[in-house]
Design a protein around this ligand. Structure first.
Ligand SMILES: [Zn+2]
Length: 247
């Protein structure tokens, strides 16, 4: 689903959407090929000293006016952004999702195994971006995001596009039966690998999004060859997923 672009920062773009919607920018950073990985971790220990400057570089390379993000806590709060000032801006309070219909505002979530969920209403030109690990998925951040788009911009689920970006895959992510249960999946007796993107795709369909409107990246942060950071692999670094309406 992705290809590399040269923009001063290492980034894969969601190619499907880039081809269909030239007014849209959607992608995810990666570690890059240099000796110093392109780590964008702003929070936690250790935070990358270079991360704030890199966030600015990402904003400049994308040609957006503002980039918004928040402290993430694996819950379901989604912040709607309008009237955003310029620069890299942290939303007030913790949040695991962002939404906007304002051009020039780039939404960002930080990930390393969790699923970046991109939502696009092409008619309203409204977007949302969610950080969905198993806890956020179980708590319903995706149906919450779909409902929010509907309330705010009149989005009909039948017109909505959903992209489930690079994340840990269904072979690499071993969890206990309680996680399967929380995700509404049939629970095996012993720890087994789970595919959070399968659970998210089901939720999207249950919310009325057509099957053909849900695209799933085949890229795994752990076993894939795309130079992405994986929490399960013991990495503390983070990549950043972004989506926005170009200015
Ligand atoms: Zn994998």
């Amino acid at each position: 689903m992705t290809k590399e672009i040269a923009a001063g920062v290492p980034l894969y773009v969601v190619t499907d959407w880039a081809d269909r919607f030239p007014w849209l920018f959607a992608g995810i950073t990666h570690a890059g090929s240099g000796p110093d990985p392109f780590d964008l971790r702003l929070f936690g220990e250790p935070a990358s000293e270079l991360a704030p400057a890199r966030w600015n570089d990402l904003l400049l390379a994308s040609a957006f006016t503002a980039m918004v993000h928040a402290r993430q806590v694996h819950e379901t709060r989604i912040v709607v952004h309008d009237g955003v000032g310029a620069g890299v801006r942290e939303a007030e309070g913790a949040a695991d999702g962002h939404a906007t219909a304002e051009s020039g505002v780039l939404l960002a979530v930080t990930v390393a195994d969790c699923v970046p969920v991109y939502l696009l209403d092409p008619d309203a030109r409204a977007v949302a971006l969610l950080h969905a690990g198993w806890r956020g998925t179980a708590a319903g951040i995706l149906p919450h995001g779909i409902a929010l788009l509907s309330q705010r911009w009149g989005t009909e689920p039948v017109d909505l596009l959903v992209h489930l970006g690079p994340a840990i895959c269904g072979e690499c992510y071993e969890v206990g039966p309680e996680v399967f249960e929380a995700l509404g999946l049939e629970a095996p007796p012993d720890p087994a690998p789970v595919d959070v993107r399968v659970a998210l795709a089901r939720q999207a369909r249950a919310a009325g999004v057509p099957t053909e409107s849900v695209s799933v990246s085949d890229v795994c942060t752990l076993c894939g060859d795309r130079n992405l950071f994986s929490h399960r692999a013991g990495r503390t670094e983070r990549q950043v997923a972004v989506v926005g309406i170009l200015p």
